[in-house]
Design a protein around this ligand. Structure first.
Ligand SMILES: NC(=O)c1ccc[n+]([C@@H]2O[C@H](COP(=O)([O-])OP(=O)(O)OC[C@H]3O[C@@H](n4cnc5c(N)ncnc54)[C@H](OP(=O)(O)O)[C@@H]3O)[C@@H](O)[C@H]2O)c1
Length: 286
């Protein structure tokens, strides 16, 4: 009997990626997991296989290297792993002024959050097209909807994820491939992420657990939703962001993300209004 197809999940050794793997396994979907070397991926693969009646495999790979999509693809072909769900989850951010951020970190963030997602998607579209129904879930963030001081590169990469996913959904719809963008708010995952959340003093109603994010994400993806924002408070925040005038958005962003700069005069020149917005198109998609 041919093996059931797999969901390929990047960044699955911890956090939201690991929770997504468990959520899919619970729904009896086989999983292929990708994470950096020596980060406990094999333990996660084993735990999944032991707990659920599914097949799971893992590959340790740095997705920021140019050959990563080709390596992943040949791994799948060689082992006859057919992929009908691609989840681009691996990503990271920081909380630091742009000027003081190490250029290597900036480059790596752009490579992982944006470039790796695009190139991996490009590599796997022919595989996804082999099925009547396939899914791509790209992990953005609430930061996809707002430029954020002291998280400027991160927020920009996540805006990229959202805009790319939006257009790709329209391109791939006729081929039976559903593209969704998961936009979580603050989620307790790794120590590094949790420290950032506590520094920002995010209200507890806005903080979520990865398991709950993963549950909403997989539900939304299966229902062919485009924008998936887990948590009622985060959905309200998104709505407020869409209707609030730019001056209000700027005031809030400065208070939350760069408290030390709040007292300085803010001029229109320093924070120009974005030249474009996706907001008017939002009603088009579920
Ligand atoms: N947590 C939040 O508050 C939050 C909010 C909005 C959006 N997100 C997004 O959700 C996604 C997951 O975040 P998370 O908080 O769950 O992070 P996490 O716990 O740090 O997990 C990130 C995963 O990505 C993997 N990874 C990192 N660099 C990689 C690389 N170069 N190649 C391959 N894998 C790599 C990590 O592997 P290792 O364990 O080996 O490093 C880990 O499995 C990210 O895209 C993030 O931007 C998170």
């Amino acid at each position: 009997m041919a093996t059931q197809p797999y969901a390929l999940i990047t960044g699955a050794s911890s956090g939201i990626g690991k929770a997504l793997a468990f959520e899919l396994a619970r729904r009896k979907i086989n999983v292929l997991l990708v994470a950096l070397p020596n980060t406990g991926l094999s333990d996660v693969v084993k735990q999944l296989g032991d707990t659920f009646d599914i097949v799971s495999h893992g590959i340790e790979l740095d997705l920021t290297i140019a050959q990563a999509p080709a390596i992943l693809h040949s791994w799948c072909v060689k082992n006859h792993f057919e992929v009908n769900i691609l989840i681009n989850n691996a990503g990271f951010g920081n909380l630091c002024s742009f000027e003081q951020t190490d250029p290597m970190l900036i480059s790596s963030m752009i490579n992982l959050n944006s470039k790796a997602m695009v190139m991996l998607t490009h590599q796997f579209i022919p595989e996804l097209k082999k099925f009547d129904k396939s899914y791509i879930l790209n992990v953005g963030s609430l930061a996809s909807f707002m430029p954020i001081p002291n998280k400027s590169v991160y927020a920009a990469t996540k805006s990229f994820v959202y805009a790319f996913s939006y257009a790709l959904r329209l391109e791939l719809e006729p081929h039976g491939i559903s593209v969704s963008c998961l936009c979580p708010g603050a989620t307790l995952t790794s120590t590094h992420v949790n420290e950032g959340i506590s520094k920002l003093k995010v209200g507890k109603n806005f903080i979520q657990l990865p398991e709950s994010v993963a549950h909403t994400a997989v539900d939304g993806m299966m229902k062919n939703k485009f924008r998936i924002i887990p948590g009622l408070h985060n959905r309200i925040l998104y709505f407020i962001r869409q209707v609030l005038p730019e001056t209000g958005v700027r005031w809030i962003l400065l208070r939350i993300f760069s408290r030390q700069k709040v007292d300085k005069p803010i001029t229109k020149k320093r924070y120009p209004k974005p030249a474009w917005s996706l907001a008017p198109l939002d009603g088009w998609l579920k």
